[in-house]
Design a protein around this ligand. Structure first.
Ligand SMILES: Cc1cc2nc3c(=O)[nH]c(=O)nc-3n(C[C@H](O)[C@H](O)[C@H](O)COP(=O)(O)OP(=O)(O)OC[C@H]3O[C@@H](n4cnc5c(N)ncnc54)[C@H](O)[C@@H]3O)c2cc1C
Length: 495
C-alpha cells in the first residue's frame, strides 16, 4: 500500500468508481474491504491518517458488551458475539482471548454475575472462548494479585476478545489494497458533486500537496463517525437528527497494577458505569468515561474530572493504588451517538449503528462498535447497491482472512527503545508499505508508543524522525516541524 503509486493511478485513471468512501476509521475501512472484495471499484479518502479518529482510541475489546445484557439488549449482544468469533477466525494474529475477574464483595452479586456471564457465554455459541468460572477469594487473589482483598468474597472470571485497534485498521486497509481498493490518507473531502439533485461524487483536497481532485462514484458513503454531520451538511442542511459526541478516556499504567494477564471488570462504578482494567501490550489500560461534549475534535482532550473519576474507581478495587504520577499516557475517543434531541442522556442513547440515506443518495453510517465493523460494512454495501442499481454481488468478508502486515518483519534488529520494539527496518517498512507520512503516524498508530508511554516516546522521537527524514529525503526544517507537532500532541496524552 503506497500513497505515491496510488496517486499515479488516480491521475491516470478516469476517476470514476463504484464506491467512494469518506473516512478511514473502522467503518470506512470495513466498507472499503467489503466492497472491493466483492469485486467493485473503490476509493477511500481519509482526511488525516487511517484510524486517527476514534478507531485508535477504543478500549481494545472485541466483545459483545456484557453491560448491554443487563439493559435487555440481547439482539445487540448476540450480533456482536457472533462477530467476535468471526473476527477471531479471520484475524487470529490480532484477536486474542483475554480473561477478566469481576470481583464480588457480596455473595448475591457473585451468583448474579455468574448467571449473567453463563448466559453471555451461552448466546455466544462459540467454542473459541473459555467458559466463565466462579472463584473463591484465594483463587481470585491468585488470578489478580492486586485486587482489593478487603471484604472480597471471590468473583467470576470470564473471557472476551482483545485486539490492537489501529493495527487492525491498517491490516484491513492492506487487505482492501490487496483487493485493488485505492486508499488515501491525508485526503480531505471538501464538497459533494451533485447532478439532477443526486450525489455523483466528491471534491477532495490532498492536504500534503494541496492538489484538488473531482472524483465520481455510483455510491458515496459517509463513514466519518463523529464528523458525519459536516458531510451531511455538505449534502443538505435539512437533516434533523443530532450527532452528539460522547467522550471516553483511558489511562495507561504499569502492568504491576494487575500483576498478571487477567484484567478486572467493575460492573458498576460510582456513577453506575462499567470500568475495565485491561492488560494490553505489557501495560494496563483503565477506562472509560462517557461524557457528552458539544463539538467533535480529532484530538480530544481529557478533563481533570474524567481522570479523577477513573483513578478514584480503580483505587477502590486495587490494593496497590494507581495515582496521577503512575499514568504513562492518556487517550481519548469520541462515540458518535445519534440522539433525538439535545436533552438525551449519553447512557440512554442507543449504541446500535444507524444507516441514514438522504434524498440525494448520500449513505451515512454512524455509531456501532469496532467489533461489529464487518457486519455494518456488509449492511451498508448491500443497501448502497440496492439504491444505486449496481449489479448485486454477495459479501464474502465472513470468510475472508485479514492480512498480517507485520508477518515478515525481522524483529531481531536493534530496537530504538528498551520499553517497546521500534527499529529502523520497521520504520522504513511503515513508510514504504503502510503509508506512514508523519511522526505521529509511526508513534501512535503503526506502533503504539505514544499510547503506552509519553516519556519514552519523547525520548526516542528524534531518532525516529532522523530515520524518517533519511528515508523520505526530507531536510532539517521538516524534522524540526515534525518534532514540534509531535511534542504538541504529547501534551494532550500527558496529565
Ligand atoms: C472510548 C471508546 C471506547 C470504545 N471501546 C470499544 C471497544 O472496546 N470495542 C469495540 O468494539 N468498540 C469500541 N468503541 C467503539 C469503536 O471504537 C467505534 O465504533 C469505531 O472506532 C468508530 O469508527 P468510525 O470509523 O465510525 O469512526 P472514526 O474512527 O472516528 O473514523 C472517522 C474518520 O473520518 C475521517 N474524516 C472526517 N471528516 C473527513 C473528511 N471531510 N474527509 C475525509 N475523512 C474525514 C476522520 O479523520 C476519521 O478518521 C469504543 C468507542 C469509544 C469512544
Amino acid at each position: 500500500m503506497n500513497r505515491s503509486s496510488n496517486l499515479k493511478l488516480l491521475k491516470i485513471n478516469k476517476l470514476t468508481f463504484d464506491f467512494i468512501i469518506i473516512g478511514g476509521g473502522a467503518t470506512g475501512l470495513g466498507c472499503a474491504l467489503d466492497a472491493s472484495s466483492r469485486g467493485y471499484s473503490v476509493i477511500l479518502l481519509e482526511k488525516f491518517d487511517f484510524c486517527k479518529g476514534t478507531s485508535s482510541k477504543s478500549t481494545k475489546l472485541v466483545h459483545g458488551g456484557v453491560r448491554y445484557l443487563e439493559k435487555g439488549q440481547i439482539g445487540l449482544v448476540y450480533e456482536a458475539l457472533k462477530e467476535r468469533a468471526i473476527l477471531k477466525k479471520n484475524a487470529p494474529h490480532l484477536v486474542k482471548q483475554v480473561g477478566f475477574l469481576i470481583p464480588a464483595y457480596n455473595f448475591f452479586l457473585k451468583f448474579y454475575y455468574f448467571l449473567g456471564l453463563k448466559f453471555y457465554h451461552f448466546i455466544s455459541g462459540s467454542l473459541s472462548f473459555d467458559k466463565p468460572q466462579m472463584v473463591n477469594k484465594e483463587a481470585a487473589l491468585k488470578i489478580v494479585p492486586n485486587v482489593n482483598e478487603n471484604l472480597l468474597k471471590g468473583g467470576v472470571v470470564f473471557f472476551d476478545g482483545q485486539f490492537d485497534d489501529s493495527r487492525m485498521g491498517i491490516d484491513i486497509a492492506l487487505s482492501a489494497d490487496a483487493n485493488k481498493a485505492l486508499l488515501f490518507n491525508y485526503m480531505s473531502v471538501e464538497s459533494l458533486i451533485k447532478e439532477n439533485s443526486k450525489i455523483k461524487g466528491v471534491v477532495v483536497e490532498d492536504t500534503l500537496s494541496k492538489d484538488k481532485f473531482s472524483i465520481n462514484g455510483a455510491n458515496v458513503i459517509n463513514a466519518t463517525g463523529v464528523f458525519s454531520k459536516s458531510i451531511m451538511n455538505m449534502d443538505s442542511l435539512k437533516f434533523k437528527a443530532i450527532i452528539r459526541p460522547s467522550q471516553g478516556i483511558h489511562l495507561v499504567i504499569d502492568k504491576k497494577f494487575l500483576n498478571g494477564n487477567i484484567g478486572i471488570l467493575v460492573p458498576k462504578t460510582s456513577d453506575g458505569r462499567v470500568l475495565f482494567a485491561v492488560p494490553w501490550l505489557g501495560h494496563v489500560i483503565l477506562g472509560t468515561t462517557d461524557t457528552l461534549v458539544n463539538e467533535p475534535s480529532i484530538d480530544p482532550i481529557p478533563s481533570n474530572n474524567e481522570i479523577d473519576f477513573i483513578l478514584y474507581n480503580a483505587q477502590k478495587y486495587m490494593s496497590l493504588k494507581p495515582t496521577r504520577k503512575d499514568v504513562k499516557s492518556v487517550f481519548v475517543g469520541l462515540r458518535p451517538l445519534v440522539a433525538k434531541d439535545l436533552k438525551s442522556k449519553s447512557k440512554d442513547i442507543s449504541r446500535k449503528h444507524k444507516i441514514i440515506i438522504s434524498d440525494t443518495g448520500l449513505v451515512s453510517v454512524i455509531g456501532g462498535k469496532w467489533t461489529t465493523y464487518r457486519k455494518m460494512a456488509e449492511k451498508v454495501i448491500d443497501k448502497s447497491i440496492d439504491i444505486s442499481g449496481l449489479d448485486f454481488k454477495k459479501s464474502i468478508t465472513s470468510d475472508l482472512k485479514i492480512s498480517n502486515g507485520l508477518k515478515n518483519i525481522d524483529y531481531s534488529k536493534d530496537s530504538l527503545s528498551e520499553k517497546f520494539y521500534l527499529s529502523e527496518n520497521l520504520i522504513i517498512y511503515y513508510i514504504r508499505n503502510e503509508m506512514a507520512i508523519n511522526l505521529d503516524d509511526i508513534m501512535s498508530r503503526r506502533s503504539r508508543c505514544l499510547f503506552l508511554d509519553i516519556k519514552e516516546s519523547v525520548f526516542i522521537a528524534p531518532k525516529v524522525v532522523d530515520i524518517m527524514a533519511k528515508e523520505l529525503s526530507k531536510n532539517n526544517d521538516w524534522k524540526k516541524d515534525q518534532l514540534k507537532q509531535f511534542y504538541k500532541l504529547t501534551k494532550i496524552y500527558s496529565i
